[in-house]
Write a protein that binds this ligand. Sequence first.
Ligand SMILES: *Cc1c(COP(=O)(O)O)cnc(C)c1O
Length: 487
Amino acid sequence: MNYISTRKSAARMTAGRAIIAGPAEDGGLYVPESFPKIKKTLEELAALDYKKLAYEIMSPYLSDFTPDELKSCIKKAYTGRFLDPLVAPLKEAAGAFFLELYHGRTLAFKDMALSVMPHLLKTSCEKYGGAKKIVILTATSGDTGKAALEAFADVRGVTVAVFYPQNGVSFMQKRQMETQAGGNVYVFGTAGNFDDAQAGVKRIFADEELKRRMAERGVVFSSANSINIGRLLPQVVYYFYAYSQLVRMKKIRCGNEINFSVPTGNFGNILAGYYAKCMGLPVKKLICASNINNILTDFFNTGVYDKERPFHTTISPSMDILVSSNLERLLFHTGADLIKDGAYRYNGNSEALNLFYGVHATEEETRRAIFDVFSRGYTIDPHTAVAYHAYGAYKKETGDATPAVVLATASPYKFPEDVCAAAADPAEPAAHDEAKAFEYIKKLSELSGTEIPAQLAGIESKPVRGSIACSPEQMSSAVEIMCYCIK
Ligand SMILES: *Cc1c(COP(=O)(O)O)cnc(C)c1O
């Protein structure tokens, strides 16, 4: 399997080399040249545990890895790092099935891929030699940052820099990042929003002069964002895994179609669902759920992508994004360009686009979804709530009663104040009193009757290392100075 760039001029390369590279040299993103068909039947896949399934799904994409290499990466990633024995259990509640993707170290779905990605990267580096020092540059809307820090902390030969929007993440997300231990981790709080931070990282990747100076010091940049194909491929696995669990729970029979509702920001998670469909998973609809930054909703409804609109901060901060990088991959796969005419207009295969259904949730609808699900005995975080709302709206608008899996992308304990407030009264937004932030963890535990996740134990008393303030314009020089400090 080889990888090509969405902008068509970068050299095609193996998976390992594409993982080292991050984005392609021509500014595009690496995509697989074709979609492998699964060799095993759905019945056979349904009998596999998470690690065995991960091997089946990922191996055709990582054909430059030996079976032993890939198995070893998967084993290290998914043994002992997830606090649920099923890794990503499927729970039935409130008329839907929730795929809990948040049992990893940082309580968000980013751990699903970022627990394995360092191993894929290390194996690739050993295979292809070259870089002695890898610097991982990561823009984060809240969750990728902590997951990357946790994944790469004290990994030899790797340094991690995370850029988060100073005023765009939740208290707990920020605290998680600022308490990260490790001699090779740097956390930057940037002015502006996530799009500004992401644009800053993309500028560094496009800076040939800087890259040349760094290469002289043996430093190569890579990315832990979903612009790296090594982030995307491991995410395909859990779409199959959700299907397997529905089969095992006897909710569907092999071959039946199902729907997924996916809380979407950078379009990486839902794109992995598209890859699963292209590999043969019976998916009927991918419901693309947005918050009031609803550019994707408008895109799927009208074919026009217009980012000239206000940016909103919401209670689902990891979806506060207007430039969804991975949409470029979908456009490539569906044979489309975005034609500019004031805004961008889609000109590709509309059947592929019809697989998606765009819905957005207002802040009040998000809180109401938390309230409704809570009153039916289950607790969800604001991101998951956006997806649950979208699923409800889809069902109402279409009458489609196909079983649906809602991707639960974060633990409610990452947003305890918003969840407690919405569970009590969805009309009333939370006050966001930082002084009381930790009390809400305990309050949420009492309210929901669930245990405080071990991943958050002691966070209150962990030393806060803080973060380095910088503007998007300073990111490049900050990275250069950081690189001079790497031993
Ligand atoms: C990152 C994130 C999302 C959005 O995922 P994308 O792959 O960027 O679309 C949704 N929910 C949570 C909790 C996240 O951390």
